[in-house]
Design a binder for this molecule. Structure first.
Ligand code: MOS
Length: 694
């Protein structure tokens, strides 16, 4: 919405993070940092084989070790919908890195020493850890994670491709990738009678309380999850991970608080990864660049334990018009950890394949890649004709082209050389669904006029806490300083997870509703606010459930300039720019931070991040930050983001579409396309390592 902010701290103003001073002074407490007397430490013992049966263990002989848990002695858990949470319940080993024992000791050092001295007796079995395009286990999942169908088809793609004046038939592959939040998955657990308290690093305390309660056979009210500050999640903390269950189990056994922070190397097998993909994209077009056919067929993996069906081709259902189209997803079950959410799961790898293929078609047709996109802009959802609530994709391309300086570009590859560098530029589109999830909030004004807003939201580093303060202050029409928003605690009114870029929309809807209801109560008040205060609660669930999801997306366009060393193939991203239409932007400072953070993560996907599988062990050989390179400041030379003010009240009352993920959706393709423009080399298996360019 274009309405100017009305006062300092209002929606639309660049309020600095409310908790920033706590974080930079070290006063903010993370999950294993709460001061506590008489606390024990746990360390995991992980399976060295990908498939087999654990028959016996030798436990450490160490006075400092309080307990060594394994399936032979661990407390029994209830079944839940996630078999990876059935930790230490069975002798069956389903993936390398699976926790097979837990050592609990008086000190961290003793726990680690104990874990290293545990001897495992395992009957190893043949395993299969490698995804291939023609894997014999490929099957069609009943539904994708999103609830969408695995396959869609319209018209006759084969006939249209055969008749097309120009076509591309390309296969892009992406490796497994690992989310690496700075704060690892970590939990402090203790029991108070039959009730469980968890200081836990996660993306949704309400959801975690519910999942943990199910596993321990408790009522949800018996599990209290405190998640005040979180050092990143990227999707991997969106559901309960084994560390939380293990810490709670250990605390039950030793009867004192237990801290478990996963070591970095354990994250690679215990908290999920982005599935590798093999994606075939076929495009057919007329000579003047009007698409007649689009096909996007995806091969990806899941585990033997749990079906995780990611949705890379779903984004292709929404991007471009074409009468003949198909999308498909095929899965295979490997003896590997289950893939999980990682920032823009589905959309990030899917858009890479689609937007690189579009670039290849533009080159074939000798049409400017932006112009090609303009010629295929749909009026309505391409597959089912649903109107878009708003779609400013072309406006993003135009804004980006202007700000980045696209005009006058020589479309021919390998033309621009400066010293030893080949220079090139690339563009790619982006879309991400505008989601909302049910949440509840309450707002209380005390007799002094101070307002406390409660919602079990969580700030994983996004600025969510800050924007909720802004939303509350605006809805009440009071100064920001008069509002305190409490989040990060399952005892607060139930809220959805920080996932799917839905936080601002979902929690914001509840907070806005509660504050408006309180304001309404205040307007009817004849005297002062009573001593006990005034409270209003708002549950957005009915309205959220009644909302029509189709046709609601955020859009963007990414632009990259790269230079490639002519001798070594080293790629540097000289400039990276994102232009977005994401509804209303609540806080330009934290929004920009989300955009450029995700774009940087996209740079990692294009160039640096690669989990290298050793099929003989079923493990990634580079499972630490020394060898799995997450982009750092030195990798980013110039980066910026801009956005179009967009008024879309249909998405939710605040008009926000969500900004957490769209920055990683198109940025990898823009970089890969720029590398082709610089060098003339099309790399279709990511990441683009220098050896692939020589
Ligand atoms: Mo995000 S991967 O939806 O937590």
């Amino acid at each position: 919405m274009t309405t100017a902010p009305t006062r300092p701290g209002s929606i639309g103003t660049p309020v600095a993070r409310i908790e920033g001073p706590l974080k930079v002074t070290g006063a903010a407490r993370y999950a294993v940092e709460y001061p506590m007397e008489n606390v024990a430490y746990a360390w995991v013992v992980q399976s060295p084989v990908a498939r087999g049966v654990l028959t016996a263990i030798d436990t450490p002989d160490d006075d400092d070790v309080l307990a060594t848990l394994w399936h032979g002695n661990a407390p029994k858990l209830r079944r839940s919908d996630d078999p990876e949470l059935q930790v230490l319940q069975s002798s069956r080993i389903s993936y390398r890195g699976q926790v097979v024992a837990l050592v609990v000791a008086e000190t961290l050092e003793a726990a680690r020493r104990g874990a290293q001295s545990v001897r495992l007796s395992i009957t190893e079995e043949e395993h299969d850890a490698e995804l291939t395009a023609d894997h014999p286990g490929l099957y069609t999942p009943e539904k994708l994670n999103t609830g969408d169908p695995a396959d869609t088809s319209q018209g006759d793609v084969e006939a249209a491709l055969a008749a097309a004046a120009a076509s591309v038939d390309v296969t892009y592959s992406t490796t497994a990738l690992h989310p690496n939040p700075m704060e690892p998955h970590a939990t402090t657990a203790f029991w108070v009678g039959d009730d469980l308290v968890l200081y836990d690093s996660n993306q949704g305390p309400s959801a975690i309380a519910k999942q943990v309660a199910r596993v321990f056979g408790l009522d949800v009210g018996q599990v209290h999850v405190v998640t005040e500050h979180v050092g990143g999640g990227f999707g991997s903390k969106g559901s309960t991970r084994p560390n939380t269950i293990l810490a709670a189990m250990a605390a039950q056994v030793v009867d004192i608080p237990v801290r478990l922070a996963l070591p970095r190397q354990a994250l690679f097998s215990m908290v999920g990864h982005r599935t590798p993909t093999i994606q075939r994209v076929r495009l057919g077009a007329t000579a003047d660049g009007v698409l007649t056919a689009i096909a996007h067929d995806v091969v990806e993996q899941t585990s033997t334990l749990y079906e995780y069906a990611e949705q890379p081709a779903v984004v292709t259902r929404h991007m471009y018009a074409a009468p003949n189209r198909r999308t498909s997803h095929r899965l295979t079950r490997l003896d590997m950890p289950t893939p999980r959410w990682m920032r823009a799961p589905g959309e990030a790898p899917g858009m890479l394949a689609l937007e690189c293929a579009i670039d290849e078609l533009a080159a074939t047709l000798e049409i400017d890649p932006i112009e090609l996109r303009v010629r295929n802009e749909p009026d309505v959802e391409p597959e089912d004709g649903t109107p878009f609530s708003s779609r400013q994709y072309l406006e993003c391309l135009r804004l980006g082209a202007e700000r980045f300086g696209w005009g006058g570009r020589d479309p021919r590859p390998r033309q621009r050389r400066e010293g030893n560098w080949w220079i090139g530029t690339g563009v790619a589109g982006a879309a991400y669904p505008s989601m909302v999830l049910p949440s509840t909030a309450s707002a209380t004004m005390d007799a002094t006029g101070a307002v406390t807003v409660d919602v079990a939201a969580v700030d994983i580093g996004t600025g969510a806490r800050t924007i909720l303060h802004q939303v509350a202050a605006d809805a009440l029409g009071v100064a920001l300083e008069r509002v305190t928003v409490r989040i990060g605690d399952s005892a607060l009114p139930k809220a959805s997870i920080a996932g799917g870029s839905s936080g601002a929309a979902s929690w914001g809807w509840a907070v806005d509703g509660a504050c408006r209801a309180l304001r309404e109560q205040l307007s009817r008040l004849t005297g002062p606010v009573p001593a006990e205060g005034l409270t209003a609660t708002f549950d957005a669930t009915p309205q959220v459930k009644a909302r029509e999801n189709a046709g609601k997306h955020a859009f963007g366009a990414h632009f990259a300039e790269v230079r490639v060393d002519a001798d070594t193939g080293e790629v540097r991203v000289s400039r990276l720019f994102g232009a977005y239409a994401v509804g209303r932007v609540l806080n330009p400072r934290t929004a920009r931070s989300q955009f450029i953070g995700a774009m940087t993560m996209g740079m990692g996907m294009a160039l640096h991040e690669e989990s290298v599988l050793d099929p003989s062990t079923g493990d990634w050989v580079n499972h630490d930050l020394a060898e799995y390179h997450v982009p750092v400041h030195a990798d980013v030379e110039w980066i910026d983001a801009a956005w179009i003010d967009e008024d879309d009240p249909a998405v939710n009352p605040l008009g926000v579409k969500g900004i957490g993920e769209i920055g990683i959706v198109g940025s990898p393709a823009a970089i890969v396309n720029a590398i082709h423009h610089a060098t003339g080399v099309r790399v279709r298996d990511l990441p683009v390592r220098l050896d692939k360019l020589l």
